[in-house]
Every structure is written in C-alpha cells, then in structure tokens.
Design a protein around this ligand. Sequence first.
Ligand code: ADP
Length: 652
Amino acid sequence: MTDQATAETRGFQTEARKLLQLMINSLYSNREIFLRELISNASDAIDRLRFESLKDTSLIADDPEFKILVEFDKDAGTVAVVDNGIGMSRDEAVANLGTIAKSGTEEFFGALTGDEQKDSALIGQFGVGFYSSFIVAREVEVLTRRAGDETGTRWTSTGEEAFSVEERAEVPRGTRVVLTLKDDAKEFAEGFRLRSVLRKYSDHVGVPVMMTKEDGDDDQEGELEAVNSAKALWTRPRSDVSEDEYKEFYKHVSHDFEDPVVWSHNKVEGKLEYTSLLYVPKRAPFDLWNRDAPRGLKLYVQRVFIMDDAEAFLPLYLRFVRGVVDSSDLPLNVSRELLQQDDRTRTIKNALTKRVLDMLAKMDAEEYGPVWDEFGLVLKEGMGEDFANKEQLLGLIRFASTHDADPAQRTSLKDYVARMNADEASSGSDGGSDEPEADTDESDGDEEAKQGHGKIYYLIADSDAAARSSPHLEAFRARGIEVLLLTDRIDEWWMSFADEFDGVKFQDVARGELDLGDVESTESKDDEAESDDEPLLKRIGDVLGDQVESVRRSRRLTDSPACLVLGEDDLGIQMRRIMEATGQAAPDSKPHFEVNLTHPLVERLEDEPDEDRFGDLVSILFDQASLAEGNTVAEPGAYVQRVNKLLVDLLR
Ligand code: ADP
C-alpha cells in the first residue's frame, strides 16, 4: 500500500556519494563483507531495543523473541537480512542511510587524493557499514518501522545519485534490508554460500541468526535453524574462542576492516565483577586527533548493551583501544554522567589501563614496532596524564638514538640502560690498567664511573637530521656515550614529566653545565689553568651584553667553536612554540654562550686586535650557534652582511 503523497526522492549527501563510489570500486575483491556489515547493524539494532525495552516493555510486546533472519531467493536473485530490533522512523532512515554523520567526515573526504589505489587504502579506516550493500546489489530496499511507531518506511536506492522514501503501512517492527543482486554476485542467493559466509561473520553475535534448514533449499517455507551459537563472544571462556572469532568480533565492534594486532580477554571476579575484551587496532582511525571524535568501549551491564563509546573506562591517551566491557555491578540505567563519577568505573578504568599497558609491554619488538609508529605520539600524552603509570609508559616509549645511524631504528630505555651498564662494567674492569692514577684515589671506582655516565642523555631537535648534526652531541660522540634523539613536537613537554627510569636520571644534553666527570674523552683533553681564559670570555661577554646569561668555557664541544645552552629550568624552543601557538606569553630567558677554547677560530679570536672585527666575529659565532639550535637569528640581514664582509676580506 503506497501512499503517493508521502513519496519523495532525495540526493545523497556529497560525502555519502563519494563513499559509495569509492567503496564499490575498491572493495570489490572482498565483496562478502556486506553480510558482516548488515548482520552487525541488525545486532546493534536489537541491542538498542533491548536497552529501551528495559524502561518500556510494551515496545517488544508484539514480538518479544529477538532474532535476525537471513532469507534468499535464488530465482529472484535476492537476499534479505531481517531484524526485529529498534527500526528507524522516516526521518532516521533519511538521515542514517543518506548521510554520513561521523565527525571529521568532511576533512576525511577532503584528504582523499582521487587516486583510487591510495584512497582505497584509506577507506578501511573509515568503516563503510550499510553502504557496502551496493558492492553486490544493483538495488537495495529497506523496509523499517521504529519500535513504538505506527507506520513504517520504505527506502530504496540503486546507490547512484539518489534514494526514495515513502510511508508504508503494516511493516513489522525492525528492519528488513533486501538486496537485488548484481548479475555477478548471484552466488549470495544460494543457501550453501550464504551459510558459510554467515558462520564466519555471525558466531560472535549474541542473538540467533536464522536461516531455512539446508534441505529447505531456496525457499522461506522450510524450517528455520540458527547458524550461529548466539552467545555473546566475551561471555565465552577464552579457550572456546578461536583466533578468527576474536578477529571477527573486533571488526564488529570497531567497524574496522583490518585485523587487530593484539587483544586481551579477561573475566574478573571478586568485589567487582566484570569482563573486558580489549583490542589494539593495526591502524589509527582517521579521527584520532579530532578532540570530539567518539572513543571508548562498548558498555554492557549483565550482557545488556548500554552504550557505545563509553569513554569513562579508559584514559584519553588510550583512545585508540577498542572493545567491550561488561559489568555485573553497574545499574542498567547508568548514564554517561553517572559513569564519570562512579567509583566502580574508576576502579575498572585503572585495571583496564594496566591491562592495555601490560598487553603492549608483552609484545615482541617486531610486533610492537608498527604499533609504536602508529600510536606512539598518543602514548606519549600519557606521560602528562597518567602519573601512576609513568614507569610502565616510559618502558613503552621508543627513541631514535645515536646508537643507530638509521633513524628508523628505535631503542627502548631498557636497552639504553643495559648498554650504559655494559659500558660502565667494561670501563670499570679494564679501565684500571690504563689509568693507574685514577685507581689510587677512588675506593669505589664503579660508583664514580656511574656519576659520569650514569644518566640517560637526550637531545630535543626539530628533525632527525638537525639532531644528528647538533654541536651538543660532540662531547658525547668523543666519549662514545649514547644520546637519545627526540624530534616529536611534544617531546619537550612530556619529557618534563619524566625524571628517571629504573633509577637512572634523564639529562637534556643542551641544558645546564655539562659534567661528564671521569668519563674520558677518546681524544684526551688538555686541562690548562682556566683562569688564563677569563679575559677572552669577558671580552666576548662585553660584545654580547644582555643577549646571554653568561659566557663560559665549553666542555661539550670538540668540532664547533661555540654553542648555546639552556639553564636547567628554562623553556626550550618546543615549549616556547607551544605557548606562542596557544597565545600564552613565554617567560623570558637567555641562553648561556659556551665557547670551545681549543677551536682554531676561537684561538685566533684571542689575538684579534681590532675591536670592530672582534665584535663581528663574536656576533657571527653567536648567530651560528643559534642557527645550530634550529632557531632563527635575531637580525638575519646583519648576520649576512657580517659574513659577507669576511668573505670579501678572504677573496681580496
Ligand atoms: P554505522 O553502523 O557505522 O553507524 P551504517 O552505515 O552501517 O554505519 O549505518 C548507519 C546508521 O543507520 C546506523 O548507525 C543506524 O543508526 C542505522 N541503521 C543501519 N542499519 C540498521 C538496522 N538494521 N536497524 C536500525 N538502524 C539501522
């Protein structure tokens, strides 16, 4: 019974149209996933009605047995997925099936290149849902009635430009999605094929998925049987669940196309009872950096679905983790607001956080590498967010290091400390014969060695290349001491929360007075009386005036004539940039200017009689030191003129 007056045709939202096109082209080799998506939607719809019926049982009085039915008609070339879940009103059908309501959608589609190959790799991050029907269907019909509504809606489309909607009387509660298959997809209208695909995609679903019995051939008249076990996956014992089932369930909860990397399934009994199943995805979602993007776990209370994206169970920095938490203790009518304040939630959150960190820590290096590349930056946020798990987090952070020339190689703090200790052990044991003098004045030689080298040295720079060419590394290179190289924009920020790892302190090599103590340089250093140098340092100080905090002799340079050093508590350039970007005034601080007194340029400087020329040379050294830090020079024009003046002299 069609009501012509209510029929209308509408265009798909631009993004939805793009998604449809892209999907049809790029997912062609994996067509059967449309069934997973439709079963997943049907199961969600039933979950939602079950939840609403807690408050209003009349909603399900007409048909209280929840189930999903898959029908097929070989002759007509159709397949239908039918559920008696929540259904959709006309407006909902228009909004849900004609637009994409995810936050960040516009940006996502803006980022597509138009190159089909590249774009199809992105599409998996997005999740395609209902639209995947059009991979196999030339026409899709949706008959739906929202629980509690009188009239139903019929939605149809060929998946091109537009869809039609009209009111329909006598539609059963829930949703029936009927696909008229394309000629080359007719296999999905065959019982055998359908059944095998369904087994794969529906075993984790908590409601029965029914089909006509095998001997019932291709008609609806035969007897129905469930093709799945209809037991929510996380309620089953671990030993009962296969790897493939875990993977399929992940795809259901995450709408991700790819397999997860690892997962952890745990049942906790005791004062609080809950089950959790947590997954680490292979790839970051497209909206990982969107503050408003939904995140969190699917929450169930005593197996009843309560809400998606329950964010109160994980800290923000673990927002990439997907999965389910099912609590026996929370009330069924719990709201987002209540969850935020609930002590039980907090207890579960702390436990789940540890679970995730443990799961990551247990991965072997080969597996963990790509996880770090994908989510490392988010994990670093944890250092400023989760003080209780600092040590665990530090153990998970990976660094580029002077130990490896290849910037793609990562090292852990554990490895750094192990190498450091090995160095000390070897210099402690066979160092004695080389340095008889040192032996006599120290009873505890090992302790002394630790003071020199017993720190985790790091350098912060804008890029790996900038870090590796920094003058601050010279003294360390000369002594064979490893330095970690940090180049993420938030490294200075999170490092400010890290003071030690495994009892070893961190030290920024570009800060403070460098005291490498007894750690001998491989080129031995002449330790002439420092007082001889005072007049030169003072003369330099007079030129630079209040541009610097002090001028001092450097112990960190071997090849460069000079460098800038921050005070222990001064802001570095990354923090300065962050503050400027957020409109905050960064406190003023001046660098220390350190001079390498053994550098030929500096040695010659000492003998320069012409004050003007001396001033120019010092200014150039100062500006160069600033450049080497990745800073700009205060007066670029003046710098260029000074250098050119020297070049002219040179060419004369
Ligand atoms: P997703 O499931 O990722 O939200 P879909 O494109 O699969 O995206 O579905 C869009 C929306 O359409 C769903 O969020 C849901 O509100 C609605 N929907 C889809 N299928 C059904 C169904 N069988 N019953 C009720 N609502 C549905």
